[in-house]
Design a protein around this ligand. Structure first.
Ligand SMILES: Cc1ncc(COP(=O)(O)O)c(C=O)c1O
Length: 334
């Protein structure tokens, strides 16, 4: 049996029929690089979706690749400042390109970003990368107004990674027209049920736009066709997002009732602190995949993607059984 995938922050439903039909059309053109007109059309549609001029859109096969490219292009002679914990591939990429890397720790009790500390780190030429909401805490670490104050600083380049924007509803997108030193990255992979298609995009301020548009990006045909069709299904996407938000609330309440430490989140996953030894391995044996964060956070922190109602129940029931097995029932905690 297929394992239950609650480890990569994907949406649990496949794309709708119209998107699959469009992807098949793309499949028939696999001998060709993608058509430039179709790529233009995608940029227009993304412009319309985000409310940003389509000329500012940078396409990418997954936003992780765009983040890596931006890091490689903009770290020369710059200090890189990121968060800890945060989306790891971007950090790894920064490690490869600079030896001036600072990671600001988001600490308990609520993983708040200390703005004074952040500002004190931004002396001299810097590249600052913030995932907002942050992965894995799910926290909105910075407001658009706070972002503006950072963008006023000379010498600061800022990347705001908004992979989970549709869940948080908070964005810095409209700042890219005014601030040349801002890049906002987004993805179609999460809320549009297209993780297997791998399409991300950037909304680029002038400094980023100049360098990132040096290369022409031919997206894979199947992904391109699927993505164009998905942008015609925004209502369905919103329904799915709302469903996940409701399910997230329900699961959080159930876990809190059990006395589990759960943190506030604005994404399609939750962070919990679990004293069950080897919880990730134990659940894997039961066919449930979740994410162990011990490489970035203290022992016991795990991230769980919100799935369909029955999937969340399955996780909860197995998790509760494990708690009982290890004598961690609510009664025991009190
Ligand atoms: C914070 C964050 N940024 C970027 C990405 C990359 O998304 P993708 O490469 O699928 O567009 C992820 C994926 O999990 C993420 O969590």
């Amino acid at each position: 049996m297929e394992p239950l995938r609650l480890h990569l922050n994907e949406l649990p439903w496949p794309p709708p029929k119209e998107v699959l039909d469009a992807a098949r059309k793309g499949l028939e053109k696999l001998n060709r690089y993608s058509d430039e007109k179709k790529l233009q059309e995608l940029m227009f549609k993304l412009g319309d979706y985000t409310g940003i001029a389509s000329e500012r859109i940078i396409l990418s096969p997954g936003s992780d690749i765009l983040l890596r490219e931006a890091v490689h292009l903009f770290t020369q002679q710059r200090k890189v400042v990121t968060l800890c914990p945060s989306f790891l591939p971007t950090v790894t990429s920064a490690r490869q390109t600079t030896n001036q890397l600072t990671r600001l720790r988001l600490s308990l009790p609520d993983f708040r970003l200390n703005m004074d500390l952040l500002k004190s780190e931004l002396e001299g030429p810097c590249l600052l990368i913030l995932d907002n909401p942050n992965n894995p805490t799910g926290k909105i670490v910075i407001s658009p107004d706070e972002v503006k104050t950072l963008l006023e600083k000379e010498d600061v380049l800022l990347i705001v990674d908004e992979a989970y924007y549709e869940f948080s509803g908070i964005t810095c997108a409209n700042l890219v027209e005014k601030y040349p030193n801002l890049l906002v990255t987004r993805t179609m992979d999460k809320v549009f049920s297209l993780a297997g298609a791998r399409i991300g995009f950037g909304l680029a301020g002038d400094v980023f736009l100049k360098k990132l548009s040096d290369f022409f990006i031919y997206l894979p045909q199947i992904a391109l066709y699927a993505c164009l069709a998905a942008l015609d299904k925004k209502e369905l996407m919103k329904e799915r997002v709302n469903f996940i938000i409701e399910e997230r609330k329900r699961l959080v309440e159930k876990l809190l009732t059990e006395g589990v430490e759960v943190y506030d989140t604005s994404a399609n996953f939750i962070l919990i602190n679990s004293p069950i030894p080897e919880v990730v391995e134990e659940l894997k044996k039961e066919g449930i995949l979740i994410t162990d964060l011990s490489h970035q956070m203290p022992q016991g922190f795990i991230r769980i993607t919100i799935g369909k109602a029955e999937e969340n129940n399955q996780f909860f029931n197995k998790f509760q059984k494990l708690r009982n097995r290890f004598g961690l029932t609510k009664k025991y905690d009190e």
